[in-house]
Write a protein that binds this ligand. Sequence first.
Ligand SMILES: [Zn+2]
Length: 551
Amino acid sequence: MSTHEERPRVLAIVLDAADPRLVRSWTEAGHLPVLEQLMRGGGMARLSSPSEWMPEAAWPTMITGCGPGGHGIYSWRSIQPGTNVRRRTPNGTWRQPVWQLLRRCGAASRIVLLDIPYSMPLGDPAVTEVVGWGERGAVRRTSWPPDLLERVVARHGAYPDWVAEDYTRWPLEEARLLATLRRAITRRTDLLEGLLRGDAWDLCMASYSEPHNAAHAFYRHLEPGSWAYHARRARRHSNRLLEVYRAVDSALGRLVATVPDGTDVVVLSGKGFRVNTSGEEVLGRVLTGLGYQVPAVKPGRLRALDATRWLVRTLAPRPLRRRIMSGRSWQERDRILEALWTESTDWARTRAFAETDPGHGCVRLNVSGREPHGIVDPGREYDALCAELVAELRALTHARSGAPAVADVALAREVADGPHVDKLPDLFVKWSSRELLDEVRHPRLGIVRERTKELQTAEHTGEGFLIGSGPSFRQGVELQGGDLADFAPTLLHLMGAPIPTDMDGEVLEGLLVPAGPAGGPVRREPIAWDQDPWALDSASHTPAALLDQPA
Ligand SMILES: [Zn+2]
């Protein structure tokens, strides 16, 4: 350990999608000694997160301190504003990330970032960034300095991408996945230790994607009674997720031992896990069946039902992707999917269309003046259509149990607020998590089916957590009612930086020592920090003018 310095230093480790309930119970059972030590020496806050409605919004919220109305990101694949094309969401948000704010005000002189989703290198010599080495589902791989990623791969190997594929695995495949994830955790920790031993840094933020990849495969063994649970397999394999958490816990131990004394250590997660009940295909089928979403087929060639099937088959991502996509680059694959998306819908007759993912769904209205072929007038017609769609979706029940299939439907402005709420779809659907939604009944359409073969077994909750330990943190505190958006302003405050007036999150002052290193008053300042991620993503990231903007 090196000597204590005056300058605040923060190590922030994101255990991607580590579930707070599992962390709590496995810590209490003594399985995660390092996390237990960090919790005992510091404090913990339970955080609610926008993942409740849109799982992908967790990372953007973490790095911007804003909800989806502030950062504008709702899915890994989204409609590019002003178009009707569903594209891969850029590596960026509509607000600058927290480390860029730290650099702009001079509160950090050296930053290290590893595998932070929704970011691209700033091209700032003082910010060492590895993007997409071992990020879950990464398609953009780059670094600063530009040759760093190459050196990382030469030394630590390429990350095994297949661990992010979600499907129900056989026991032998599960064993292989577990072994691979454990090796990956060790390699990631080796890499991170190397980065931490470099120049003196003020902030290191790094992600472990392994708890996320592991839970998509293993979480089902922990939910007896759910459709995804098989008692015999669960008895033999129920501790596989725990094994991954344990490996991450010892990795944390290595990192904590590496950082200098006086470092504030923050460990956090932006979402948890539940069994997936889906609704992924049902939403599109219901909108098509009710005539809101019109498939692009020649009239008379197909009966309405066939047209629905055709549309759903065309849009269904899972089997299609695997069948035609192997061996193609992500750019090629995306071009095919984008073309399918655009060509499968009759945009001139569609009033509303579905954007879905396992377990979550959203609906976008085809608004004139906003969408290229919009036919819904903004204003009264828009409001009436929203109300109509909410009522139709609320009328869905599980075909066998009769229980509501939809737990909640909300307008975007009810679940998000801010200058970029217009980048989000218009309606969000939260499916019931009570039972598998394989057959859903609509009062007029009858039974609408979801294909459950190959259904992914686990999906996300909106429950996250933050553990903070070090000179700035109080001991033995447990906070309720925090929000994931609170991480970024808390980080800015810890490092003595001002917080943008319009950053949604609040400093988690209840966790902090009032007279500690970060004990001063919270400073809020008007700061211009908007950016266009679509422009950012397409630009080659030379040491661009990103830092030249006025602070
Ligand atoms: Zn996930």
